[in-house]
Design a protein around this ligand. Structure first.
Ligand code: SF4
Length: 293
């Protein structure tokens, strides 16, 4: 039976403590000021239709794996699009504002686009042949150094031999060469958490690119994860140091084209808001951005 959005080792939400997620770690590595805007100032970001389409497709794939194996067919997946959108838009009514109220064809076209991503998915694998251990799995661990790591794994496959495969669906529109290093960083983050939780190095980290119907598989090893763990610890220390002083510097690069905060960024002639101070304690609720990691 597929498990969703939980893990036995995860603490109750009330006990949440400051933690590093793959998205925020990646933000800080890319640009400390972007990290500040998202994690400290918590400035709102209006999602694009493409981002929302990705959230929808992730939700449909999670629902698909909740169906009995023989029912996991392309037409059933497409039937799940509308109910998944109804549920997402009921939870976040502001998302419906991305579509003109008087033009139903906008949502219909967008759902058709999402259906194309599902077609790409089915061209890559047959979900009737798979029984994941979990989808949208919340994972969390505290390293010996005291650094807490937290995130959501799109899908976890565990073979009868005990081999673990971590699967992540990529639905974004950024050029693949830009996103690939970031995606692998995210996958290694999950690999460290699972390795420390279960004592097993995941056999495979698999990225499934649904916009171009390709996949990428990578096999990490223990020395590499050990080194990567030290990288994550160093990132967290650097974040805490910047958090004390408020010295989060901009680091412009190609990904600035996808940054929602250019108007506040000194590299683009803007001025950041006054530094609000390091947020303590960590709020119990995770932000939508965290959930989109
Ligand atoms: S525009 Fe670029 S440099 Fe400025 S905050 Fe965004 S990512 Fe950083």
């Amino acid at each position: 039976m597929t498990q969703t959005a939980t893990d036995e080792t995860a603490p109750a939400p009330a006990a949440r403590r400051p933690a590093l997620s793959p998205s925020r770690a990646s933000d800080f590595k890319q640009c400390p000021l972007l990290y500040r805007f998202r994690a400290v100032d918590r400035l709102p970001e209006v999602p694009t239709r493409a981002q929302l389409r990705g959230t929808l497709v992730h939700s449909v794939l999670e629902r698909l794996f909740a169906l009995p194996q023989p029912d996991r067919l392309p037409e059933r997946a497409k039937e799940l699009l509308e109910p998944a959108w109804t549920e997402l838009s009921s939870a976040r009514p502001e998302w419906t504002e991305l579509f003109a109220e008087d033009d139903e064809s906008q949502v219909a076209d967008w759902l058709t686009d999402a259906g194309r991503l599902l077609d790409s998915y089915f061209a890559l694998e047959d979900p009737r042949r798979l029984e994941p251990e979990a989808c949208e799995l919340h994972v969390e661990i505290e390293l010996d150094s005291g650094v807490r790591l937290r995130g959501y794994v799109d899908r976890l496959d565990v073979a009868p031999t005990g081999d673990i495969r971590v699967v992540d669906y990529k639905t974004g529109t950024a050029p693949r060469e830009i996103g690939e290093a970031k995606a692998m960083f995210q996958m290694k983050f999950y690999a460290v958490v699972l390795w420390r939780q279960r004592g097993i190095v995941p056999r495979q980290l698999k990225l499934m690119y649904l916009t171009d119907g390709q996949s990428l598989a990578y096999a990490p090893d223990e020395p590499e994860l050990r080194r990567f763990e030290r990288t994550l610890e160093a990132i967290w220390q650097a974040i805490l140091k910047a958090g004390k002083t408020g010295d989060f510097r901009p680091s412009p690069g190609r990904l600035c084209d996808w940054c929602a905060h250019q108007s506040r960024c000194p590299s683009f002639g803007g001025t950041p808001p006054e530094y609000p101070g390091w947020p303590e304690p960590d709020p119990g609720e995770e932000t939508p951005l965290d959930r989109a990691d």
